[in-house]
Design a protein around this ligand. Structure first.
Ligand SMILES: [Zn+2]
Ligand SMILES: [Zn+2]
Length: 506
């Protein structure tokens, strides 16, 4: 989406933000408010805790979630919920409701991380070097919790809720495989969440538009000629070459990205009648020059202030913008080479990640990483190969939240938790493969807080000391269920469709 479109998107969004067209009907409000109480019932809560602990003890990496998948199917069987399996190797797609359109999906990722758990507790990971340190054990549990609640209210569901238990989020791009399998083709909206210690228990956070960055990985082998460290003239030193490569990679963002892209910019625009036009620019700034707008890889802009005024008989919307963002990052996180004090090694391997919000910036970084590694290695007489590992670690697009679904989320979460518990969130350079869904289906991703200030402080995601506050489980279950059910109530079936046969519809 180019910048003008972003401007219009946000203007239209904000103009309508003041109108109550996203309010829930009384029955929907009543139904979904009860979902939190339903999820907190001891028999549901204790059941979820048991499932989560079982998953935590038996973490499985991406596309190896066979026991996780089996546990999910066993629980769905007990609940009487039909499903498709296998999808994307270990994935499970469940169905609750009429079996007919409209279809709305709620998604949980299933995989663990390759790391050793350092938390000493009764339900510590039983598998060395594998750990649910990103909370996906809680995500699976919350989706099962939602399934249980929804099944109890199946008669009130006007359409079909599709449960997406997805493998391999941690770099494996399981979401893409679910899509490639055609498993959720007729779904018209999808919701996903992630637990976070960054917000308090009972609070949520998100934003419309760009939320998380597009992400890619690279690995480079820099080859020289090994030899005695005291006789360097007989060797070609890949360690020195690699040092220069890393320094040069760090110049990509600081020297080649437009520094203005991370600055605050002001301007104003107007909407006249039905036609949206970017008609006026702040005369003190060249930043909204049309040439700039067309070429810049803008990823986000936020309206700071707008007002309506009459101008020559037309209603004019003036909007002042704070427009950033095309942030980028390149980090080398892996460096392996040499294992003796007095030996120049043959080769060095480095690996890292690069991230950006716009596709243009992302492609530019990819191109320049390859050029910089090979050319800089050549300066020191080394050869280099760069591998972007797209087979094992596909590039993730940026996570871009749908504006209408943002309003839906605010209404539903506000109703369930209280509107003061629904926080705005700044975009983050983190990445999520939920973005693959959002490329083809309107989607919405949000963060679910679990920090309790009266208890111990929870560690960040991916920490070996990461812990889940299990009190979060009912909140995730209730939010999943509420978002899906109230979406269906607001989007009644438009067209008659075949009788409820899941495989005919999806
Ligand atoms: Zn993670
Ligand atoms: Zn995660």
């Amino acid at each position: 989406m180019n910048f003008l479109n972003w401007v219009h998107f946000f203007i239209v969004f904000h103009v309508f933000a003041g109108t109550p067209h996203f309010s829930l009907t009384d029955s929907s409000k009543q139904l979904t408010t009860n979902f939190l109480d339903a999820a907190k019932r001891p028999e549901v809560f204790d059941w979820m805790v048991r499932i989560r602990r079982k998953l935590h003890e038996n973490p499985e990496l991406g596309y190896e979630e066979f026991e996780t998948s089996r546990l999910i199917r066993e629980e769905l069987d007990k609940l009487g919920i039909p499903y498709k399996h296998p999808v994307a190797i270990t994935g499970v797609i469940g169905f609750i409701g009429t079996g007919r359109s409209p279809f709305v999906a709620i998604r949980a990722d299933m995989d663990a991380l390759s790391m050793q758990e350092m938390v000493e507790w009764e339900h510590k990971s039983k598998v060395p070097e594998k750990m649910h340190a990103c909370g996906h054990d809680a995500h699976v549990t919350m989706l099962l919790g939602a399934a249980k609640i929804l099944k109890e209210h199946e008669k009130e569901i006007q359409g079909t809720v599709v449960l997406v238990f997805q493998p391999a989020e941690e770099g494996g791009g399981g979401a893409k495989k679910i899509l490639d399998a055609g498993a959720i083709e007729n779904v018209t909206a999808i919701f996903g969440l992630h637990v976070t210690p960054a917000f308090r228990l009972g609070e949520v956070a998100s934003r419309p538009g760009p939320l998380l960055a597009g992400s890619g990985f690279f690995e480079a082998i820099i080859s020289g000629k090994g030899g005695h460290a005291a006789i360097p003239q007989h060797s070609i030193d890949p360690i020195l070459a690699t040092s220069n490569v890393i320094i040069s990679l760090q110049h990509l963002v600081s020297r080649e990205a437009d520094p203005l892209d991370s600055q605050v910019k002001f301007g104003h625009t107007r909407i006249s009648g039905e036609k949206d036009v970017m008609a006026e620019h702040n005369s003190s700034s060249h930043l909204f020059d049309k040439r700039d707008l067309g070429s810049k890889p803008w990823a986000s802009c936020t309206i700071y202030l707008y007002d309506k005024m009459l101008f020559q008989g037309h209603s004019i919307l003036r909007a002042f913008l704070i427009a950033s963002i095309s942030p980028q990052v390149v980090t080398v996180g892996k460096l392996e080479g040499g294992n003796a004090f007095n030996v120049i090694p043959d080769s060095v391997t480095i690996g890292g990640t690069f991230r950006a919000f716009s596709k243009q910036s992302f492609e530019q970084l990819r191109k320049r990483i390859e050029q910089v590694v090979t050319a800089q290695a050549a300066v020191q007489r080394c050869n280099a190969t760069v591998n972007f590992l797209e087979e094992e670690k596909p590039f993730f697009p940026a996570t871009i939240n749908n504006g209408d679904l943002h309003k839906h989320f605010q209404t539903v979460a506000g109703n369930l938790l209280g509107i003061n518990k629904v926080n705005d969130m700044q975009p983050s350079m983190g990445a999520e493969d939920f973005s693959f869904y959002q490329e083809v289906i309107p989607g919405y991703f949000f963060m679910l807080g679990m920090q309790n200030p009266t208890l111990e402080k929870l560690e960040q995601l991916h920490s070996p000391y990461f812990k889940i506050n299990e009190d979060v489980l009912p909140y995730g279950a209730a939010l999943h269920a509420s978002l899906a059910v109230s979406y269906l109530l607001k989007h009644p079936q438009d067209l008659p469709s075949a009788e409820g046969k899941y495989h005919d519809e999806l």
